[in-house]
Design a protein around this ligand. Structure first.
Ligand code: ATP
Ligand code: MG
Length: 450
């Protein structure tokens, strides 16, 4: 296995000082899969103090000293070195009551989650693989190390990690491991939202997310409770040829693999069961479901401790995921003014993903949506005046016409609408004379109302 020179030198130095040392976990797994590792974690027999002594000439940061981890800044690389560890009992289902250090690599590997993550390598000893990790990687299967029931009861986050690896690598989950995941799904309620969300974001971007969603609906329903009602839900609509949950799984996978788009598709129809109506022909409708879904998405993302910027974008996409698509110039200017170019493009992507997951005849609508995306791009490149700020006048210019007041705000908003619609040029004189007209119209209107 090729190692960056800093990693090879660190292993060599520890070894020379009498402490066995290995690279371990994700980097070994990635190497065996023919992928290039993104970071190298080191595990060693040296205690954190001993590691500090071996690297006395380097900067060493005590990143997780309680768990035996220090970070060494070595020749421009920042490398985590963790002492071989065995975990004590997990009485809370989240973290070990105690950790104790070990001088034995096999001990350290046995506390790790899956066989493919329980392999160590050193140039001196080669691969150390006591649980058949390499065999499972070759077979393409995810298997818990040791007794799966015990491993998931120790730390239920492993349930979501198994789903994450299954979705991203495209590997199925071994039968006993899958059974134990289902048995321990409710323990996920004890795991912190931050840890779950970090895994969920990677999981949904996986190439096999649809299969994983369809295989483990009960687990996903623990993480995102409103999904439970969608499982087996017949949509009663000619547009749909699958249940609401299946449609959702298909739509997620049809979306581009960004966290934002995939989350939006996961949440886009959450509100449907709350908005159902049936017409005289027995056809079901879900009027207003996008707004309800958006509200539910916002609550769920808050509970998952999602950052505000991402939450707001996802909620926006969900809210507008079913707006009508037109190809008139006025439509685009209005939509771009309302959403901005980026979110409008995301909304169109959501449309495409949604239609891809419906009855086959809905696929016919996709070329029109793609055309709309293209036109929107061209129009947004013209950089038209799309906000009150970009109008050729400001509130100051209106002072002679109306005093600063809600009325002035209303006038500016109307001027913007007309400029967006291209019924009014964005020129100072034209805007001012229109403002005079509008102030009269609006004043008359409010007098009539009084
Ligand atoms: P990647 O970095 O590509 O996401 P990784 O396998 O390196 O994958 P990390 O979360 O960085 O994942 O964890 C590093 C290693 O630590 C894993 O390979 C695994 O051996 C171990 N590990 C991580 N989380 C757990 C856990 N919850 N339970 C048991 N072992 C774990
Ligand atoms: Mg890693």
């Amino acid at each position: 296995m090729d190692l960056p020179f800093q990693i090879a030198e660190i292993l060599e130095r520890l070894d020379h000082a009498g402490y066995s040392a290995f690279v371990v976990g994700g980097c070994v797994r990635d190497h065996l899969m023919g992928l290039s590792p993104h970071d190298f974690d080191i595990t060693t027999a040296a205690s954190p103090r001993e590691t500090e002594r071996v690297f006395a000439d380097c900067r060493v940061i005590e990143t997780g000293i309680k768990h035996g981890t220090v970070t060494v800044l070595y020749k421009g690389a920042s490398v985590e070195i963790t002492t071989f560890r065995v975990d004590g009992e997990y009485s809370d289902g989240r973290h070990p009551d105690s950790v104790s250090f070990s001088r034995n690599i096999e001990d350290d590997l046995s506390r790790r989650d899956f066989t493919m993550n329980g392999i160590a390598y050193s140039p001196k000893r080669g691969f150390v693989d006591p649980f058949g990790g390499e065999r499972d990687i070759r077979a393409g299967i995810i298997r818990a190390i040791g007794d799966p029931d015990k491993r998931f009861s120790e730390d239920a986050l492993r349930v979501v990690r198994a789903l994450r690896f299954s979705a991203t690598l495209g590997f199925p989950i071994e039968e006993n491991t899958a059974r134990a995941m289902d048995a321990h799904k409710n323990d996920l309620r004890k795991v912190s939202a931050e840890r779950i969300f970090a895994e969920l974001k990677r999981l949904i971007c996986g190439k096999d997310v649809k299969r994983v969603l369809l295989e483990f609906p009960a687990v996903f329903s623990v993480i995102i409770p409103p999904l439970a009602e969608m499982v087996g839900y017949d949509q009663g609509s000619k547009y749909h040829n699958s249940t609401l949950y299946e449609h959702t799984a298909r739509a997620v996978e049809a979306a581009p693999p960004t966290v934002e788009m995939r989350l939006a598709m996961l949440f886009h129809d959450l509100g449907k069961p709350h908005c159902k109506s049936t017409d005289e022909n027995g056809e079901c409708h879900y009027y207003g479901h996008a707004a309800v879904s958006a509200e539910m998405a916002g609550e769920l993302l808050r509970a998952l401790k999602c950052d505000n910027a991402l939450r707001e974008r996802v909620v926006h996409i969900v809210h507008y995921h079913d707006i009508p698509v037109d190809t008139s110039r006025r439509y685009f200017r209005r939509q771009l003014a309302k959403h901005g170019a980026e979110l409008f493009s995301d909304i169109m992507e959501a449309h495409i993903a949604d239609d891809s997951a419906k009855a086959p005849f809905c696929l016919e609508r996709i070329p029109k949506i793609q055309e709309a995306m293209q036109i929107a791009e061209e129009i947004s490149r013209e950089a038209p005046p799309f906000s009150i700020k970009s109008l050729a006048i400001s509130g100051k210019d209106l002072k002679g016409i109306v005093p600063p007041s809600p009325l002035m705000g209303e006038i500016l908003a109307r001027l913007l609408e007309e400029v967006v619609d291209e019924t009014l040029p964005n020129e100072k004189n034209a805007l001012l004379s229109r403002a005079v007209e509008l102030s009269k119209e609006l004043k008359d209107l409010s007098n009539n109302l009084e």
